[in-house]
Design a protein. Structure first.
Length: 285
């Protein structure tokens, strides 16, 4: 029953951090690689993972990505982003949105009698920019947060910062991020919830360029966590992926046709709450 969705949202909204979905992955490729993307994002996913990495993409000037997430307990989510780079590839500008939604939730009284039907939603949207500063690419994403519960809502502002570099050649990329630096989420009721500030670093090793890639991230948010993943291309069209993170194992597949890519990720038992499916479509031009 959808009434249980509220019970899953409530701890994140009333205790610890607000908007816990900000800790989750954006895009099926990164999801299938365990979320290890501080140094390895591709396409417009870079706007979410590391805005400085918008200048890492090779071969294409612009990128658009859309994702749909099917979660447990009748929840759903989505992610969309796009960016454009300058002609000399020294700067980039992007826009993005990410959110979660669940509707048709039944309110019940102490005796179990049904009451009103309501919905829950939360999301973030914003603008991102990146500059090439010598060998380092640096970026910032300015974010607007929103959340709604029956009879009340909340808003807030924050920012992500990211850098990336390949000091030892294109086969080894390093990245670092500080995400969701914010004064908090401000509710109409006067309550202020803190957002899940995190800092991380990552490494991407392209063992066989455009063929075999490994990635690993270290992230600190109250405690240190490790995520790792790999992808392997078969005949430049079919891609197999696998990863591991605190959410459990992940698997995925991708299909490239010219400048279009469709990716799928599957987490068998995400954080012991059930399976999660993510599908993404990326267009490079």
């Amino acid at each position: 029953m959808k009434i249980f969705v509220f019970l899953m949202f409530l701890p994140g909204l009333l205790f610890s951090y607000a908007m816990p979905f900000l800790k989750e992955s954006a895009g099926a490729r990164a999801e299938a690689m365990g979320g290890a993307s501080a140094a390895a994002p591709k396409g417009a996913d870079a706007v979410f993972w590391n805005p400085g990495a918008m200048l890492l993409l090779s071969g294409w000037k612009n990128a658009v990505t859309c994702s749909y997430v099917r979660l447990d307990y009748d929840r759903a989510g989505g992610y969309a982003a796009a960016f454009e780079r300058s002609e000399d590839l020294s700067s980039a500008f992007g826009v993005f949105w990410s959110g979660r939604y669940s509707g048709g939730i039944e309110d019940r009284d102490a005796l179990g009698n049904p009451g009103a039907v309501f919905s829950l939603s939360a999301g973030t949207a914003g603008l991102a920019g990146a500059l090439r500063l010598g060998p380092v690419k640096a970026g910032i994403a300015l974010k607007y947060y929103y959340s709604s519960l029956p009879g009340t809502g909340a808003r807030g502002f924050g920012a992500d910062f990211g850098v990336s570099a390949a000091p030892f050649g294109p086969c080894l990329v390093l990245g670092g991020t500080v995400k969701d630096l914010s004064s908090g989420l401000f509710w109409d009721t006067g309550r202020v919830d803190r957002l899940p500030l995190s800092a991380g670093t990552g490494i991407c090793y392209r063992a066989i360029p455009e063929k075999l890639e490994f990635a690993c991230d270290l992230e600190y948010q109250d405690e240190l966590s490790v995520s790792a993943g790999a992808e392997y291309f078969i005949e430049d069209m079919l891609c197999l992926r696998a990863g591991l993170s605190r959410d459990g194992p992940a698997f995925g597949i991708g299909l490239n046709v010219r400048n279009y890519t469709i990716d799928y990720a599957f987490l068998p038992d995400k954080s012991s709450f059930g399976a999660e499916h993510t599908i993404s479509l990326t267009f490079l031009y």
